[in-house]
Write a protein that binds this ligand. Structure first.
Ligand SMILES: C[S@@+](CC[C@H](N)C(=O)[O-])C[C@H]1O[C@@H](n2cnc3c(N)ncnc32)[C@H](O)[C@@H]1O
Length: 448
């Protein structure tokens, strides 16, 4: 990205945030780059450094909203544009998406949304000729957009059709529809606290979920919130906090966390008093895990390795967690780019890796030890089917079904086999922003 793009003097307030939003959107939609990659770390958009916190939060919300409503926006723009969205100028497309999303779902005056999108195209060589079109279409969107959306069922448009078809087949159409509906809402911020949840719920204007997670609607940078710098909590979806609970009492037990970074579950294991070895293949992510543990004042040994090939001694761990890499379709609420970046063909490659990791875990586990396998995927191949295949091939393992009492009485998240299966539509709330869970699967197995 040439720096001259953001070095425009005396820029109109708010334009830099929209320009960065357009760049990041192009990154997801046309360059296959994840949001996380473009927002943090070495690959982060260079213009982010000069954005004020408020503009940065607005930009993030804008991009997330567009990705969450991409099918609806595509439908709407096709109704408002006689000849379709211009294909010879990506900036015209992103300016239309950005303008329409602000008009329909964000607290931005319509005239400002239109004006900023027109400026976005005017400052792009290829898109400048579409300034008049963008102006006219967005004005029409302000007048007619909501009416056009009310004519359709937007939630089923806002997911790739291959994904929706799989969920229809596995969960049934009614549940798949509820899941799609839940994914349309901006999620809460979920925190795992080290202790004294009531105090943190009160200080962070949140509530305590039955499972102990503190859930709040606070927005903006988490690093500015009370308790972050003091290491009193970490960000972790309420569903992601459940698999580690399945180990029960692990104080002083030797535990391997085989896909550990950035360390949300490692932190839970360390907090519970386990002697944790945290393994992850990615050096950069292990560095982040170490930083997180330092902030939280928790200890774990860290190893950078392919866990499936890790040369640790067989039968040497009391407990093993495999939080396997997966398609992450359960995290679309928090990572709406996942819906558009994933392909159905990704599932097969990931299930092959999950299988290798599971067999390694079975080998490293002591007799009598407990293995917890989990993924943040809604695809049965990465959950139920993976465990069925493992149990069929490893006769020394048996399932230890999860009891309702272990998950705060939430019986609808336990399957007939006794595994955990959380869905985005679970834990409903009258205020949808306070409801929902990431989609997780977890199974607990014991070695004889
Ligand atoms: C779902 S994330 C883990 C999240 C983590 N357990 C937490 O709670 O914060 C999966 C992790 O697996 C790591 N990974 C992928 N393939 C791996 C392999 N073969 N061996 C070890 N780690 C691997 C990725 O780098 C990624 O950090």
């Amino acid at each position: 990205m040439p720096p001259s793009r953001f070095a425009v003097p005396a820029e109109v307030p708010g334009l830099a945030a929209r320009r960065i939003a357009a760049d990041i959107l192009d990154g997801v939609l046309h360059k296959h780059r994840t949001l996380d990659d473009q927002l943090d770390g070495a690959g982060a958009h260079p213009g982010l450094k000069s954005l004020a916190d408020r503009d940065r939060a607005l930009m993030r919300r804008l991009v997330s909203t567009i990705l969450r409503k991409l099918g609806t926006l595509g439908h709407l723009l096709s109704r408002l544009l006689d000849r379709g969205v211009p294909t010879d100028a990506p900036r015209a497309q992103s300016a239309l998406l950005i303008g329409a999303a602000q008009i329909l779902w964000m607290d931005v005056p319509d005239h400002a949304a239109v004006d900023l999108s027109v400026r976005l195209v005017q400052s792009d060589r290829r898109a400048a000729k579409y300034a008049g079109l963008v102006n006219a279409v967005l004005r029409r969107c302000a007048r007619e957009g909501q009416g056009l959306i009310d004519e359709i069922s937007p939630q089923t448009l806002d997911l790739p059709q291959w994904m929706l078809a799989r969920w229809n087949a596995h969960y049934g159409e009614a549940t798949a529809r509820d899941m799609a509906l839940a994914l349309g809402h901006e999620p809460s911020l979920d925190l795992t606290v080290k202790s004294d949840a009531p105090q943190w719920a009160s200080r962070l204007h949140g509530e305590i979920l039955p499972t102990g997670t503190v859930r709040t609607l606070l927005q903006g940078s988490v690093t500015m919130l009370p308790g972050f710098a003091e290491g009193q909590w970490w960000v972790q979806d309420a569903a992601a906090a459940l698999p580690v609970r399945l180990f029960g009492d692990i104080k002083d037990k030797r535990v391997a966390d085989l896909c550990a970074a950035p360390g949300g579950k490692t932190a839970q294991l360390a907090l519970a008093g386990a002697q944790v070895t945290a393994v992850d293949r990615s050096p950069a992510r292990v560095a982040r895990l170490r930083d997180n543990l330092t902030r939280l004042a928790l200890q774990a040994e860290t190893v950078v390795a392919d866990a499936a090939e890790w040369p640790a001694e067989a039968a040497s761990f009391d407990a093993i967690l495999v939080d396997a890499p997966c398609t992450s379709t359960g995290t679309i609420r928090r990572h709406p780019d996942v819906a558009w970046l994933r392909q159905e063909g990704d599932i097969a490659a990931l299930t092959a890796l999950q299988k290798r990791l599971l067999h390694k875990a079975a080998n490293l586990l002591k007799p009598g030890g407990t293995l917890v396998y989990c993924t943040c995927s809604l695809e049965p191949e990465e959950g139920e089917h993976a465990i069925a295949a493992l149990l069929a091939s490893e006769s020394g393992l048996r399932r230890a079904p999860v009891e309702t009492s272990e998950v705060a009485g939430l019986d609808d998240i336990i399957t007939a086999d006794g595994d955990l299966r959380t869905l985005p539509s679970h834990l409903p709330n009258a205020d949808p922003r306070l409801g929902g869970l990431d989609g997780f699967y977890a199974a607990r197995l014991v070695k004889s």
